[in-house]
Design a binder for this molecule. Sequence first.
Ligand code: FUB
Ligand code: ZN
Length: 647
Amino acid sequence: MTVTSPDTTAVGGRPVVPSRGALRPLGQDEVRITGGFWGARQDVNATATLPHARSWMDRLGWTGNFTATGPTVSVADRRGREFTDSEVYKLLEAMSWEVGRVPVGGAGNQTTVALETQIAELTKAIAAAQAPDGYLHTAFGRPGQPDRYSDMQWGHELYCTGHLLQAAVARARTGGGHEDPLLAVARRAADHVCDTFGPDATPGICGHPEIELGLVELARVTGEQRYLDQAALFVERRGHRTLPPHHFGWSYFSDDEPVRQSTVLHGHAVRALYLAAGAVDVAVETGDDELLRKVAAQFDRTLARRTYLTGGMGSRHTDEAFGDDFVLPADRAYSETCAGVAAIMLAWRLLLATGDGRYDEIVERILYNVVATAIGDDGRSFFYAHTLHQRTRTAALADDEEQLGFGGGPRAPWFEVSCCLPNAARLLAGLSCYLVTADDTGLRLHQYADSEISTCLTDGREVGLQVRTDYPDNGTVTVRVTKTDDRPWSITLRVPQWAAGAELVTTYGRRHVPAGDIVVYRTFAVGEEIRLELPMRPRFTAPDPRIDATRGCIAVERGPLVYCAEAVGEGADLDTLRVDGTVPPVDTEAGVAVRARFDARGRESWPYGPPEPDTPNASPTTSLDLVPYHRWARRGPSTMRVWLPTT
Ligand code: FUB
Ligand code: ZN
């Protein structure tokens, strides 16, 4: 099986370029976000988050590790956990997508020029740290350090290499091209991995999947078959319990059962999701439809039984893992930001492969309720874990206060383990790539954002669209044709499941449209507009009764946004809240409101006792304002809950 021609994929700024599939992804050179909800966040990402992450990585010595551990310098100077190289690579990837988003000569020229300088400087340091045989990791293999690959379980060597390869792919596709020095480093590293772990060499796997994704994408850029073969081998090798036993169990490392035999994602959430995404890439490139079906089925079941309302995944703090089916406690939601990013990566790959619009919905849910929640307004603090119920008031942290340990806690400027911020940053910088695809007959709009689209259809015809919307505040999406010819083609719009009563307005009139994909196929004229009107009414949402932790509660959603009750400062005790589920939530000036009262009765000395009859409470309900979940913890210390007990 030969992967796609190398010459075609080193351009265009796309994170994923499958050689086959139902949909062709458009790149940053074809889709540009011009403003709105995501445009604002992309700007903050560029001007604040990237420099913030860079300064922390410099300050903590993570970037310096590449020079500090050079052949002539003492390894005692190496700083941080064994996976910090990957954070530098993710930052490099984010910087590369940012350069693709605002190319030199564009509006954000100065930022881009500065980024180019940083990319060149970091690339030089990384290249200098690479051993002559291609091995590259700053924590292993030098005198005084553990031997290379002596700790496959925790060493994260191949995990870091995977992120290096993804960064190099981003760089190649956003201007670096095939001759880019980071791509050369990546090729040497990938060759080393293939030499070391190939079919006739060491049969190892990394404790943290990720290399698979990097190898497949590098194969797509370079046309190098052995990278794809190696990725396929890593996927097949997993699940045979070759890693040493650990009290978290083999499932933590996705090494408890072969990928093809799993029925649901389990174990460490980020590991499981990266592996599944890599397996989809392998399946697509090798024509392995059985593997594709298996992973799609695992994801379906995970969505049906192991996913929070926000789209967040992972409910176990100890091992950052998926819980069993329906174990989705709101106050113990882990829902790591990285798991959100990884789930989008998986859903996007499945969407491209199958064309199934259901994947759009989960991408949207995670974007608005995990990714948008993760980062502070100024771009300089972030959530690692995303609780859905904050019982004790969040702490206020100083701007320079690092959070020790793994996850949890309030938005912090930095965590000892800071995988999440550069992960969100790389996604945000390249977000325009997740909005639109091309199919056999035209263009499909998957996510709605102010944007300009200019591309060629499969048959080479040039077409263009302009999208204007205040989504998600307002559900009107106006699509204007900016380039077309005198032959028909299609514009496909997505009507989300929640949008009952949606209407489509074209030059031929107005009509109701059901949830799903709405195809408008005809000969368009330049300037012609199609308007989709999605009703943005607040609505109650009930949980599956098998989720014991939320039984008796309801949540409020409006469009793609999950809402929450938040008590800022010394505000009300949200744990005594009761919402009247018979009175629908309404839009207000302040946002969304429900009828509620605060009346839970507690037991003083012992929290259990005989069941009490449900006596009607005479106290009247009052209007309670809710805020979008992504806005919580932005007004000072607060408590918060998404799931609201009913009267
Ligand atoms: O192990 C590297 C990263 O650190 C994982 O992906 C995150 O879950 C965090 O544990
Ligand atoms: Zn993370």
